[in-house]
Every structure is written in C-alpha cells, then in structure tokens.
Design a binder for this molecule. Structure first.
Ligand code: ADP
Length: 480
C-alpha cells in the first residue's frame, strides 16, 4: 500500500523515470488558494523524448498477447481500487469537488481499465467470403500505434484512465498531458501503473503549463498516430486542424449544452432529484451537466418551487469537509463566467429563485442558483455555463421543446423525464445528441459509448466501440 506522500508526485514520468526540472509551477487548492506542491515544468526536448519512449516501447507491448496485457491492466485496476481513498483526497485537493464525488470518479476511471482489460481479449477480426475463386479474405484489428492524449481539469483522473485503458488494451502506447491546474491525480496513477507492471515507455505523463507548444509537439510528430482530446470546443478544433498535416486518427470529446426536459406526465419528485444530480455535480463543471432545464407550462411553477427549495439546502464548503454538496469553482475565470451568465439572464428578464451571488465563504465558492423565466436569447441558453446555475425555461408541447433543445451547435448529452411510452421513444429519437438519459440524470459508465455529435466531438469512449478508436483494420487477401 502506498502512502499519500508516495502518491503525490511533482514531475513528469517518462520512460519509467521521474524527470527533474529547474522551472516549477504551483498546483493550488481551489478551496483555500494554498499551494499543494510545486511541479517541474517539462521542457520541449523532454516532450519529444516522451514521444520517442512511447515509440520504443510500442513493438514489444503490441507483441504481447491480449491476455498478458489484460493481466497487467487488471493489476493496475486493483491497485487503483485499493488506493481509492487516498487518490480521492488528492483529487479533491487539486480540483475541489466533494471527496465522495472524487472517490466516485476514481472508481469510475478504474472501471474503464477493468472493462478494457477484458474487452482487449475480444478484438475479433473477420473472414469474408471472397468474390474470386480460390481466394480468402481475412480482416484483423491492429493497434494504431503511439497515441497522444490531452485531458481537462474537471475529471483529472477518469479522463486519463478512460483513454489509457482502451489504448493499452488495444496494444498502443501513449504520451499524456493532463491539465496544468490538476496534474497530481494523473501522476499518482503512474505510481500505481508502474507497480502493476506496465513496462517503461508504455505510458508517459508530461506535465507543463505551455499547453499549446506541447499540443503542437504531439500533432506535428510523425510518430504519433492518434490524438484523443477531452476539453473545450475551441482547442479541439485547433487540434483537429493541426492533425491534418500528418493525417492522424482523432477522437474529440468537446463541449456540451445539455437540455434537461421535464414533461407534464413525469414523476416530478424524481425529476427534481434528477435535475439536482445532473446540474450540481462537480459544482456544474461537467460537459454533460444539464445546462438548460425545460419544464412544460402546466407544471412549471410547482417544479420551480420544489427545485429552489431543495437547492437552497445544499451545503457549499471545502470538498474535504464531510457532507459537502458543492465545492469551489476551479478558478477566477470560472467564477467570472458564472457571474456574467447570471447578469445576462437577468438583463434578459429572468428572476432569481435562490442563490445568485458569490458565497459568503468567499474565494471561489458560489451559491447554487435557480433562475426562472429565462429567455432563449440569454447566454445561459447558448453557451456552457460550467457552474452551479440552473436556468428554467418554459415550453408548450413536444414540437416546441424539441426545436428549442436541438437549436444548438452542440450535441453531447440530453435528458428528459416522462412516463408515456410512445412519447419516450419519439423524443429519444428526435433529440440530436450522442447520449440521451430517460428518467435518469447520470448516463456515463464503462460499458456504454460516451460521445457527442455535431460540434461536441468525434468518436466514442468506453464500450466495445471505444476499443475500435485505437485499432485499425488490416485486410489480407490470400490467393491460391
Ligand atoms: P477547459 O476549458 O476545460 O480548461 P481547455 O480546452 O482549455 O478546456 O483545456 C483542456 C486541455 O487542453 C488542458 O489539458 C489544457 O492544458 C489543454 N490545452 C489548452 N489549450 C491548448 C492548445 N492550444 N493546444 C493543446 N492543448 C491545449
């Protein structure tokens, strides 16, 4: 068992070595503003070295049997589960979310490593009847090669685990860059990967604040064959364009603008609970969070009152404190965006049912907020707020709400509550989203395909489809 101090690392991990570096940057606790640890900034040549290490490790990792790789991944999974409490504490320290949620994230991330360990053994090929006499057609799946990952601060452990589980099971090696705001969870996973027996060079973790340069090193490299990115739409588009020069395979998990629809036949109590779970998890800082809550006119007022009553009782505090529902926002920029969105909604005629201001605790804490009678022209309707703000919109009927819900360039997650079966199927099929939650606010798990349509992204993570993102088809024609 490793201690917290042994899991708290302060430099990049490349080719099985913890690199040293003169230049440091601070990783701060968003609850207190205090520095947790200073981390060594990776240098440009070291990033290239990490890509080279992944290339060197590729041949022997690919050559192993899937069963062999699965055994190592399973050991890694078990070590993560064993250390879940310490990993959750590190996650809360750097990211701010309540520690119970942090533990949920650790176990959620681990579940992808377990799933892909199993699924890697089932990367079946195909035999196709040939149109030519005497010929045989075989199709096999091969790993794409060296992969590069860039991940965000809102799920600093699970986004890395989700990508690495699939890539390693497929037989790929990787270089990863976690967000500079939250590199500690990713580095802690490397301690456990090494202990599990992941060979040196198979995973390389590079940490630094100059994300644009690191991203360019990844996209310009001829060695890197695949980019997988989770983060903002703007950066995702840039990486997509940058990857064109070497025609890389790409997966993008970008922004969302999730509608959460409550029809008048819904179980209202369940919908209120669902809206809270969907909206306020991680203080509203997730790409699948309800961003726009649409309520049918007949139940609008009673839903709004019930929701505001419950939201007012949520406890805002340091995530390490027992019973905390909502921790701090990640930084000043995040706080400012929430304030701008609320003011803009008010300017467009909305009213505040609860919250609306910075929390009395000060710092990066913000009151959970419910806004009523929000205009479809307000910023909260068009952009991701990424904060604890629930804007309520009113709708008349199915056609009206489907038109409003689909009126966005995003298409990641969507949710609705209803009981009528014919309505349920129709609405689920008409929503232009990669994921639809019906009478449930939480849709992510390791066995289902996570991903978006429209400008929310390309590709899927998790599930049997997630493995394919890291494999290429090779067709072999045998004559005679
Ligand atoms: P967020 O709003 O969640 O911070 P970003 O897209 O800015 O979303 O960040 C997600 C990840 O992308 C982080 O690891 C960040 O450091 C990285 N990143 C930011 N800008 C760039 C860039 N120009 N090129 C490559 N990576 C970047």
């Amino acid at each position: 068992m490793f201690s917290k101090d042994e899991l708290l690392k302060s430099s990049s991990y490349v080719d099985g070595v913890w690199l040293q570096g003169e230049k440091k940057f601070a990783v701060d606790n968003p609850s207190s503003g205090e520095t947790i640890i200073e981390v060594a900034e990776i240098e440009a040549e070291q990033v290239l070295g990490a890509i080279g290490a992944a290339e060197k490790a590729l041949e022997s990792w690919t050559a192993r049997t899937a069963k062999d790789r699965a055994e190592i991944l399973m050991r890694w999974y078990e070590l993560i589960v064993e250390h879940a409490d310490i990993l959750a504490e590190i996650l809360t320290l750097e990211q701010g979310k309540p520690v119970s949620e942090a533990k949920g994230e650790i176990l959620y991330g681990a579940s992808f490593i377990q799933w892909f360990a199993e699924e890697g053994k089932r990367a079946y090929g195909d035999i196709i009847p040939s149109p030519v006499e005497g010929a045989r057609i075989f199709v096999r799946k091969e790993p794409v090669g060296v992969c590069a990952f860039i991940t965000p601060w809102n799920f600093p452990s699970a986004m890395i685990a989700r990508k690495l589980g699939a890539a390693l099971a497929a037989g790929c090696t990787a270089v990863c860059k976690p967000a500079a705001l939250t590199p500690l969870s990713a580095l802690a996973l490397m301690v456990l990967a090494e202990e599990a027996g992941v060979p040196k060079g198979v995973i390389n973790m590079v940490v630094g604040t100059h994300s644009k340069e690191i991203g360019q090193a990844f996209t310009e490299s001829e060695i890197v064959k695949k980019i997988s990115f989770t983060g903002s739409t703007a950066v995702g588009k840039a990486l997509y364009a940058q990857s064109a020069s070497t025609v890389k395979k790409i997966s993008l998990e970008l922004g969302g603008n999730a509608p959460f629809i409550v029809f008048d036949d819904a179980d209202i109590e369940a919908a209120v609970e669902g809206a809270i779970a969907c909206k306020f998890r991680n203080a509203g800082q997730t790409c699948v969070c309800a961003n726009r809550i649409y309520v049918q006119d007949a139940i609008y007022d009673s839903f709004a009152e019930k929701l505001a009553y419950k939201v007012e009782q949520m406890s805002v505090a340091d995530g390490l404190k027992e019973g905390t529902d909502i921790g701090p926002l990640i930084n000043e920029g995040g706080l400012k965006k929430v304030q701008v969105h609320i003011q803009d909604a008010l300017d467009h005629g909305a009213s505040i049912m609860c919250g609306g201001s910075a929390h009395a605790l000060g710092g990066l804490f913000f009151e959970p907020t419910v806004l009523k009678n929000v205009s479809p022209d307000a910023k909260v309707a068009r952009e991701e707020t990424f904060g604890p703000v629930a804007p309520l919109f009113k709708f008349k009927d199915e056609d009206d709400v489907i038109a409003q819900a689909n009126d966005t360039e995003f298409g990641l997650a969507s949710y609705f509550y209803a009981k009528d079966m014919s309505r349920i199927w129709k609405v689920a099929e008409r929503l232009q989203y990669g994921m639809v939650g019906v009478n449930t606010p939480i849709i992510s798990n390791e066995v289902a395909p996570f991903g978006g349509v429209k400008e929310s992204g390309i590709g899927r993570e998790g599930s049997k489809y997630g493995l394919e993102e890291f494999m290429e088809l090779k067709y072999i024609l045998m004559q005679g």
